[in-house]
Design a protein around this ligand. Structure first.
Ligand code: APR
Length: 311
């Protein structure tokens, strides 16, 4: 059987770690693309050379030229800038919008049949932009955020209870930012709702830690943002698509109707499989959960209006 091909745009921390995890899971051949000369080539060669010991095979190549992505089944977009001192949020938004639009045009040119998984921040806005610029059907353009937010929530719950993280299932919806909505009612330890196991004040603290999860890592690292957990989340989504797993996970997806949300990308539970976003799963949210989601959606709608979409 022909091996699948995944291209990762941006060979920085998240991109290179994603490539490594894809290799370690023997999921596909990988192409790394970056604007820095030699860097994606060097990292891809290094990953290939680890194969004899780590036990993976396949083709791992790097390039500064987008023609290398031709024939990709899926493209992961991690290209972008981190916020620098003196840059406003709006500056960052417009700078990353420029980068992500440029990357998307190259994807359309060289890999028009691919799916696009966006990881660059601000996530929900960059995913919307990618969809607009690509002109691809929305089920083929989605963003990685909900899996990451959910695994952070799961990790904190497992730490609090002293149980295996594999027995904790959790769901976090909404935008990938301060307004995200962890859903304790839909979070369980081997089927037992976490609301039965952790007192409300403690649970509220874990939910807040989840919202601040990205910032907690940035504060510790000082020179960058998280990449191991973001890359692991990305690879779980790639696996779901390449192997048609039909995973029920949270992802940034295009919504126009469900949950009362109109024309936007935001984190919702979906079925992810070979056709991309195969279905948005509609949960019976209570008033508090629903208002949290609407509030988060309102914030993203406002910022979307600031974004200059030059499709
Ligand atoms: N085309 C290709 N690569 C680009 C482009 C471009 N137009 N512009 C920038 N890059 C590359 C940079 O050269 C760099 O190698 O994107 C890479 C980004 O890597 P890092 O700076 O290490 O950032 P990283 O931590 O990987 O985060 C990437 O993912 O999680 C998000 O918030 C994060 O938006 C950020 C993105």
């Amino acid at each position: 059987m022909k091996r699948k091909k995944v291209s990762v745009i941006g060979a920085g921390n998240v991109g290179a770690t994603t490539a490594l995890y894809l290799a370690e899971d023997n999921l596909c051949d990988v192409v790394l693309v970056d604007i820095l000369e030699g860097m994606p080539q060097g990292k891809a060669l290094d990953i290939a050379e680890a194969g004899p010991i780590r036990g993976y095979k396949g083709s791992f190549t790097g390039s500064n030229d987008y023609s290398a992505i031709a024939g990709s089944d899926l493209i992961v977009v991690t290209a972008g800038l981190a916020r620098k001192p003196g840059m406003t949020r709006e500056d960052l938004l417009n700078k990353n919008a420029e980068i992500v639009s440029g990357v998307t045009r190259e994807i359309v040119k060289h890999a028009p049949g691919s799916m696009i998984l966006v990881v660059s921040n601000p996530l929900d806005l960059m995913t919307y932009l990618t969809w607009k610029v690509s002109g691809f059907p929305s089920e083929r353009v989605f963003g990685q955020a909900g899996v990451l937010d959910s695994i952070r929530f799961r990790t904190f719950i497992a730490m609090e209870l002293g149980v295996s993280v594999s027995d904790v299932q959790g769901l976090v919806l909404g935008g990938h930012g301060d307004s995200m909505v962890p859903l304790p009612r839909f979070t369980t330890v081997s089927g037992v709702p976490v609301t039965e196991l952790i007192p409300p004040d403690k649970l509220a603290a874990l939910m807040q830690r989840t919202r601040d999860g990205g910032a907690e890592i940035v504060k510790l690292l000082k020179t960058g943002s998280a990449y191991y957990a973001p890359a692991a989340s990305t690879v779980q989504m790639v696996d779901a698509v390449l192997n048609d797993h039909k995973r029920v996970i949270a992802a940034s997806v295009y919504v126009n109707g469900p949950y009362g949300l109109k024309d936007m990308y935001i984190g919702l539970p979906v079925i992810l499989g070979a056709r991309g976003v195969e279905k948005i799963v509609e949960l019976p949210l209570n008033a508090e959960e629903s208002s949290g989601l609407m509030k988060s959606a309102g914030i993203y709608k406002e910022t979307l209006a600031e974004l200059k979409v030059n499709a």
